[in-house]
Design a protein around this ligand. Structure first.
Ligand code: ADP
Ligand code: MG
Length: 352
């Protein structure tokens, strides 16, 4: 006989949701750093031990969370970023699903510590832990400068089946470092520090001046030669803007390892985008070579649906044909003008 239908306990619901957003330490790092950015952080420190499995701590100097909202931040479907269905049409934050913290807390030992910018002077910072049963402990006074720290220990301690899928410390850290690099590339105005097992991996200072700052961050992350060889891309049409860099075809790569594409500041892997880029390069690149690029597409939030996938790796464009043609023609034009046309190509590119 079939079992009776029952409502699952909240802790179990969160553990199931965790299957979608918490694949490995790198996915946790992504969620926590995105929360820090949404909180307006200017400096984000990421401390990692044993590839992030033993410890992953993200500390920021963002707006902080008031004491009486700490519990909510760790509850499922609780978010400060949207309030109504219409808000989904114009998402301007990286998060909005209210899933990350409760999901992460359900498969690790999580402590949330925060000091809101306008906190009372006597007890400004509070810390809230989650017990092994998923129950919230009561908040305790803590020492913390304005901002928030999320400490995640012993990932998957209570879900051994998930832990089995983790790879070596080195592999997990490699993924995590890649996530931090990708995000840092898109946020040159924010400082990022990454430490692994007590060793500093990088300390990216925020550089001044918008254009030089972006190039400085590019050099910090992809190397001085990339920054020197790269052609600047700058195109605008029909409410779409594309900017960033492509390496000239002569510097193409044998692997697709330097391809960064962002939609409204969010790194995405998108078939339509990949196709448009590939097509633009098809005349100038041998088919076995891979283009290298860092490109940012900006368009009105209403033109793009980011609520396609829990981890938000994919997006859906409302006018997908238009986006495709804009990307293709902007890049093709830029590649055709090459190094000689540096100035000429930086003007507005009409859509084909
Ligand atoms: P979402 O980001 O989708 O809203 P999360 O579970 O990631 O959901 O976070 C829940 C809420 O906790 C956020 O909406 C935000 O209000 C708060 N929060 C989380 N991290 C931070 C942080 N680093 N600084 C300030 N507030 C935060
Ligand atoms: Mg979030």
């Amino acid at each position: 006989m079939a079992s009776p239908i029952r409502t699952l306990a909240p802790h179990l619901v969160n553990q199931i949701a965790a299957g979608e957003v918490v694949e490995r330490p790198a996915s946790i790092a992504k969620e926590l750093i995105e929360n820090s950015l949404d909180a307006g952080a200017e400096r984000i420190e990421i401390e990692v031990e044993q590839g992030g499995v033993r410890l992953l701590r993200v500390r920021d100097d963002g707006c902080g969370i008031p004491r009486d909202e700490l519990g909510l931040a760790l509850s499922a479907h609780a978010t400060s970023k949207i309030a109504a269905l219409e808000d989904l049409d114009g998402i301007v934050t990286l998060g909005f699903r209210g899933e990350a913290l409760p999901s992460i807390a359900s498969v690790s030992r999580l402590t949330l510590t925060s000091c809101p910018r306008e906190a009372p002077a006597d007890t400004p910072a509070w810390s809230l832990g989650v017990g092994a049963d998923g129950r919230l402990e009561s908040p305790r006074p803590a020492a913390h400068p304005p901002g928030t720290s999320v400490e995640v220990r012993e990932l998957f301690f209570n879900t051994p089946a998930r832990r089995k899928f983790l790879r070596t410390e080195r592999t997990e850290f490699g993924h995590l470092e890649q996530v931090v690099r990708r995000i840092a590339l898109a946020c040159p105005e924010v400082g990022f520090v990454l430490r692994h097992n007590g060793r500093q991996v990088f300390d990216l200072a925020p550089a001044g001046g918008e254009t030089t700052r972006e190039r400085a961050r590019l050099a910090q992350l992809l190397g001085q030669s990339f920054a020197e060889q790269a052609l600047t891309v700058e195109a605008e049409a029909v409410g779409l803007r594309l900017h960033g860099w492509v390496l000239p075809p002569a510097f193409s790569r044998s692997q697709a390892d330097q391809q960064y594409f962002y939609v409204n500041g969010r790194m995405v892997r998108d078939k339509l985008v990949a196709h448009a880029v590939r097509q633009a390069f098809s005349d100038v690149l041998h088919h076995a070579r891979h283009p290298a690029f860092v490109l940012f597409l900006e368009l009105p939030a209403r033109q793009v649906d980011v609520n396609v996938h829990p981890a938000k790796h994919e997006v859906r464009f409302r006018e997908s044909r238009q986006v495709h043609d804009f990307l293709f023609s902007s890049l093709q034009r830029r590649l055709a003008s090459g190094v000689l046309g540096e100035a000429a190509a930086a003007t507005t590119a009409p859509v084909a």
